[in-house]
Ligand binder design. Structure first.
Ligand code: KIV
Length: 263
């Protein structure tokens, strides 16, 4: 049996956990084989898989479709599936019903939703229904229209205090983990110290209990802009481009297929 949310929360202070996003079976299998603790089926799939400009158009069906594939590939890793825009904002009922669908239809171990104190009632109701919740505060991409863009959060005293209050509210509501996105390192460290929930940082310094990156970013799949908080561990764009160009040449000059590829 896989470890449960309780196990991961109990790792707080003992070791730093690792998490990566994945959206398909093979990537999830490789992430799992590498021994990464947790996989996030992020609604970032709207950007990196479906080619949207933002995550707002992603549906519950999209999350279930990709979540299922990832869960089939993740033999050991704990899988968290994102709740997309408007699947929990509308009501407590919608939140529980969509979280339930996501868990039943993907076989994931937890769901994640964006927002702090304002969604504490949704978090409490989902947890009460038996579904572990990861909260997500700081830069919450589903709210980029009201946040005024994709900016670092918690830079002023007031907004840092608000972040701390949000972290405490979601912890009290039952979230076992809190994603901190684009938060100054010292604020993320203070939140990590003052909550019993696991903090999962992305652009939030190195004192969080866990780190997460979007797999496409760390592999440099797009070959484009890389945010400051990402480290590139591979150059997939360049490798793929070179392979596709070589294949094109080989087709054109009839060096592929060669004798060993023929019947
Ligand atoms: O959707 C996503 O990939 C995320 C990460 C950026 C944490 O929420």
């Amino acid at each position: 049996m896989k470890h449960t949310a309780t196990y991961y929360q109990q790792q707080k202070g003992k070791r730093v956990l690792s998490m990566l996003t994945a959206y398909d079976y093979h990537t999830a299998s490789i992430v799992d084989e590498a021994g990464i603790d947790m996989i996030l089926v992020g609604d970032s799939l709207g950007n990196v898989i479906l080619g949207y400009d933002n995550t707002l158009a992603v549906t519950v069906e999209d999350m279930i479709h990709h979540g299922r594939a990832v869960c089939r590939g993740a033999k050991n890793a704990f899988v968290v599936v994102d709740m997309p825009f408007m699947s929990y904002q509308t009501s407590v009922y919608d939140a529980v019903s969509n979280a339930g669908r996501i868990m039943k239809e993907t076989n994931c171990q937890a769901v994640k939703l964006e927002g702090g104190a304002v969604y504490a009632d949704r978090i409490r109701a989902i947890v009460d229904a038996g579904i572990p919740v990861v909260a997500h505060i700081g830069l919450t991409p589903q709210s980029f229209n009201t946040l005024g863009g994709y900016k670092v959060q918690g830079k002023t005293e007031d907004s840092a205090r608000k972040l701390m209050e949000d972290a405490q509210a979601v912890e009290k509501a039952g979230a076992f983990a809190i994603t901190l996105e684009c938060v100054p390192a010292d604020i993320a460290a203070a939140i990590t110290q003052r909550t019993s929930a696991l903090t999962i940082g992305i652009g939030a310094g190195n004192q969080c209990d866990a780190q997460v990156l979007v797999c496409h970013d760390m592999l440099d799949y797009s070959g484009g802009f890389t945010p400051r908080f990402v480290r590139k561990y591979a150059s997939l764009h360049d490798t793929m481009l070179q392979a596709f160009r070589q294949y094109k040449d080989d087709c054109e000059n009839r060096t592929f297929p060669a004798q060993e590829n023929m019947f």
